[in-house]
Design a protein around this ligand. Structure first.
Ligand SMILES: Nc1ncnc2c1ncn2[C@@H]1O[C@H](COP(=O)(O)OP(=O)(O)OP(=O)(O)O)[C@@H](O)[C@H]1O
Ligand SMILES: [Mg+2]
Length: 268
């Protein structure tokens, strides 16, 4: 990303952010509520068109590509609020989720055209493979709504994996998870990365961020205020000020303290 920014009226939600997501590694994007983290992902994944700056992915300028084109280039994402189709089977949900993200329009995705029917088998195989990667192969036939919260979050990740991404963007994957679920999620993310995936994640849970990230980018009021290893970032005065200063919304990091206190970070 080079000088990336987007304005909504007078509000610079993301402002002049230059950063890289190193291949094969885990980058965490942190910052107080409203810092612009989800907007940053919306820019990379083509949901928003930036008002300034450029995005390059594997040498190609993808700044103005549409979401399905970005997915086609190998970038997939999960959403801060997972919408899964609770009445459908887990497998059908992943297949439909995948189709909606890779087609130009919803109608195109829902209409079973001839091409769609021919694609059906391949898409089923792809969805099953994605479910296997998140440990849900044996749950494929169950209604998605019958899964635990953790299971449903994994379905959201499988939907993203079904497009076979090179870069996976996870927006608050551990939100609502208890400590054991969080540790299992961290193991899953590590597995995906050792299989060759590049991961960027937004997360408020500092135990996860500190235990998992190779690099951290810190956003505050839309701007990058720090970057570095977890150790570097957690003792950066600008970061501590951002979290403890007047703009922090108390306790919203999942801990009431600054990231300087990664106590209990699970390294399982
Ligand atoms: N579509 C939009 N229209 C107007 N303003 C927007 C839009 N999307 C985001 N914003 C604004 O951009 C700013 C950053 O929001 P964003 O959701 O990116 O924050 P965040 O860092 O993800 O916060 P949180 O930790 O609470 O999820 C906020 O001021 C928000 O109101
Ligand atoms: Mg957000």
């Amino acid at each position: 990303m080079d000088g990336l920014g987007i304005r909504f009226g007078g509000n610079h939600a993301v402002r002049d952010v230059s950063a890289a997501l190193p291949a094969g590694q885990i980058t965490a994007i942190i910052g107080p509520n409203g810092a612009g983290k989800s907007t940053f992902f919306n820019l990379i994944s083509g949901f928003y068109v930036p008002t300034s700056g450029r995005i390059r992915f594997q040498g190609e300028d993808i700044t103005r590509l549409k979401t399905h084109q970005v997915v086609g280039r190998g970038i997939a994402r999960t959403f801060q609020t997972t919408t899964i189709y609770k009445e459908l089977s887990v497998l059908d949900g992943v297949m439909i989720g995948h189709r909606v993200r890779t087609r130009a329009g919803l109608l195109d995705a829902l209409l079973r055209t001839g091409r769609e029917r021919r694609d059906e088998e391949g898409s089923r195989d792809g969805a099953m493979a994605a479910l296997a990667r998140v440990g849900l192969a044996d749950q494929a036939a169950r209604p998605a709504g019958a899964l635990t919260q953790e299971g449903q979050k994994r379905v959201g990740i499988a939907m993203a994996l079904a497009s076979n991404p090179k870069l996976l963007l996870l927006d608050e994957p551990a939100a609502g998870m208890n400590p054991e679920e969080t540790v299992r999620l961290m193991a899953l993310i590590r597995d995906l990365v050792s299989g060759g995936l590049t991961v960027a994640l937004v997360e408020h849970k500092m135990s996860l961020v500190m235990g998992l990230a190779d690099h951290i980018l810190v956003l505050h009021h839309g701007q990058k205020i720090a970057q570095g290893t977890p150790a570097q970032v957690s003792r950066d005065p600008a970061v501590i000020e951002a979290y403890l200063g007047g703009h922090a919304h108390g306790g919203q990091m999942g801990q009431a303290t600054a990231p300087a206190a990664p106590t209990g970070a699970p390294h399982a």
